[in-house]
Design a protein around this ligand. Structure first.
Ligand SMILES: NC(=O)c1ccc[n+]([C@@H]2O[C@H](COP(=O)([O-])OP(=O)(O)OC[C@H]3O[C@@H](n4cnc5c(N)ncnc54)[C@H](O)[C@@H]3O)[C@@H](O)[C@H]2O)c1
Ligand SMILES: O=C(O)C[C@H](O)C(=O)O
Length: 328
């Protein structure tokens, strides 16, 4: 007991080491993700940002919420990578969000530089971490982060498929007037206009939606899913979605840290699966404490297989463009 305390020693907290998640970029997605992770008691969080005072202020605000939320996790804010040492997971949300009228690919150059820089600095402090990328354009940024990190590919993952599937699930539940808890959807491909929602693998209590809706209705929901990010950007007029993205990243963090091996769609490195190699692309993955322990190969229709190849081609082209931009 320290000298200034009197009476019974009630010290209970120190002694157990909680897992540690560093979130680089304490903007809308980063700060909301930090909140989700601590309030669900998943891990302690370090929020890092270059905006003076912002991560420190947000962290203090979230710590003070513990008086009401009563979780046991801590959150600190910093601009110094030394404070992120030995993190179990590093989530990168640093970068610029798009504005109305822009595509995610318009962020290529500016975010490529940020991703490369922050990945190097973060991994230098936590060489054994799993790296999760959120910054857009997602599949290209995940590839760049992998290259900058020097990590083996199964330790690098991009978050998008969980979000895209959650949007598809939401629209299905609204259309069929069923509980969202009964709906499971699958979306593959790059996180862009060419993503590949899979109605045949999207179900309500095990029943494929192809048996519950006509083709035209399904196509409307597919189109709304593909346009899900832009719909919100258009409504907000400044910034992009962050509540559902933060929930999606939090689910992935939980599956990794708790070694749950959930099958979740995410951008993973492909080494021959779906006929594709040397690319990160949205596929069903098994997420555990080692990272991506498996990429599941679904039996796709010829049309869906082709759509996946087209989506991959667009991602590949952007990777090549970015490499040129970074060396120019
Ligand atoms: N993958 C997805 O599904 C998905 C979903 C939502 C958003 N995003 C993307 O995530 C990114 C962040 O979105 P947001 O809404 O949080 O944006 P935001 O502008 O609210 O936050 C970005 C933060 O990054 C910080 N930052 C910029 N450069 C940095 C650097 N070098 N080091 C540390 N911090 C830095 C900024 O100061 C800012 O606080 C965007 O690129 C957005 O497009 C992706
Ligand atoms: O749409 C965006 O630019 C942000 C994100 O990728 C999303 O899908 O909400």
């Amino acid at each position: 007991m320290s000298d200034h305390n009197r009476g019974m020693d009630l010290t209970c907290l120190p002694g157990t080491q909680a897992p540690r998640v560093t979130i680089v970029g304490a903007g809308n997605v980063g700060s909301t993700l930090g909140q989700r992770i601590v309030e669900k008691n998943i891990a302690d969080v370090v929020l890092l940002d270059i905006q003076a005072g912002r991560p420190q202020g947000l962290a203090l605000d979230l710590m003070e919420a513990r008086g009401v939320e009563h979780h046991d996790r801590t959150i600190i804010g910093t601009a110094d990578y030394a404070d992120t040492q030995n993190s179990d997971i590093i989530v990168i949300t640093a970068g610029i969000p798009r504005k109305p009228g822009m595509s995610r690919d318009d962020l290529l150059k500016v975010n490529a530089q940020i991703i490369t820089d922050v990945t190097r600095q973060a991994i230098a402090q936590s060489p054994n971490a799993i790296l999760m990328v959120v910054t857009n354009p997602l599949d290209v940024m995940t590839y760049l982060a992998w290259q900058a990190s020097g990590l083996s590919p199964e330790r690098v993952i991009g978050m998008a498929g969980v979000l895209d599937a959650a949007r598809f699930e939401t629209f299905i539940a609204l259309e069929l007037k069923v509980s969202i808890a009964n709906v499971h959807a699958m979306v593959l491909g790059g996180h862009g206009d060419l993503m590949v929602p899979l109605p045949r693998y999207s179900t309500v209590s095990g029943i494929p939606i192809t048996e519950l809706m006509d083709e035209e209705t399904i196509q409307q929901l597919v189109d709304r899913t593909r346009n899900g990010g832009a719909e919100i950007v258009g409504l907000m007029q400044a910034g992009s979605a962050y509540f559902a993205p933060a929930s999606s990243a939090s689910l992935m963090v939980e599956s990794i840290l708790f070694n749950r091996s959930r099958i979740l769609p995410a951008a993973a490195y492909l080494d021959g699966q779906y006929g594709l190699s040397d690319i990160f692309l949205g596929v069903p993955t098994c997420l555990s404490r080692q990272g991506v322990t498996r990429v599941l190969e679904l039996d796709l229709s010829a049309e869906d297989y082709q759509a996946l190849q087209t989506s991959a081609q667009a991602v590949r082209q952007n990777i090549a463009t970015t490499k040129t931009l970074l060396t120019a």
